[in-house]
Ligand binder design. Structure first.
Ligand SMILES: [Zn+2]
Length: 218
């Protein structure tokens, strides 16, 4: 398999890249600056790509954030909620139509590189908050990508039924550099430990019984 991995520099997409490498796939990474508050993840992604010795394309579209307002991730006037993903307040972190936009860009890159697959790391824990991580969305997106060109393109999403803790366990098993990944939406010097994705990350390491290498703010 030749796959373009939509790669944020976070834990999930790092484990996905390691899974595909272990399966013998040829992998290129695509990281996109869409004006996210936590653009720090891109620096982490660069370091992870080097560690994994993978080619990483970095696309800089920070002005995209101007079109995707109303989300606390792209709109500085919306406060970043703290707490657990099961809370209604976390919906403020939904970026309008993010995955369709990012997957469409990855699809173009895959087609032009002669790659037949786009892969993204949506997992079961994402579905409650992010509509574009639902299996139904992925199915529909795969159909559209398959029709976008004369050559076929598939959408690989092997984690869609796995929990975040399963990804931590898998990452550990695969020797993924989990300590080099960035999750926090606040995007400060260290992980804040309080935003939805920090809470989820901490909980996943605990549930997987893997020592959490992350440095959190006090
Ligand atoms: Zn955080």
């Amino acid at each position: 398999m030749k796959a373009v991995v939509l790669f944020s520099g976070g834990l999930d997409s790092t484990v996905l890249a390691c899974r595909l490498i272990a399966d013998g796939a040829e992998v290129n990474l695509l990281s996109i600056d869409y004006g996210q508050r936590h653009a720090r993840e891109l620096e982490y992604g660069e370091a992870v790509a080097k560690r994994l010795k993978l080619h990483r394309e970095s696309l800089s579209l920070p002005e995209l954030g101007n079109l995707l307002q109303g989300s606390s991730l792209t709109d500085r006037t919306v406060d970043l909620p703290e707490g657990h993903y099961e809370e209604e307040s976390m919906k403020a972190t939904v970026v309008p139509n993010r995955n369709m936009i990012l997957l469409a860009l990855a699809g173009g890159y895959a087609l032009s590189s002669g790659f037949e697959t786009v892969a993204y790391a949506a997992h079961a824990g994402d579905h409650t908050i992010y509509p574009d991580c639902r299996p139904e969305f992925a199915d529909a997106m795969e159909k559209a990508l398959g029709l976008a060109d004369w050559s076929s393109l598939t959408l690989h999403r092997p984690f869609v039924d796995l929990a975040k803790a399963d990804l931590v366990a898998l990452g550990k098993e695969l020797g993924a550099p989990l300590e080099m990944t960035w999750s926090c939406y606040a995007g400060r010097e260290k992980h804040c430990g309080k935003c939805g994705t920090c809470v989820e990350r901490k909980e996943a390491f605990e549930l997987a019984k893997v020592a959490d290498p992350t440095e959190y703010e006090d």
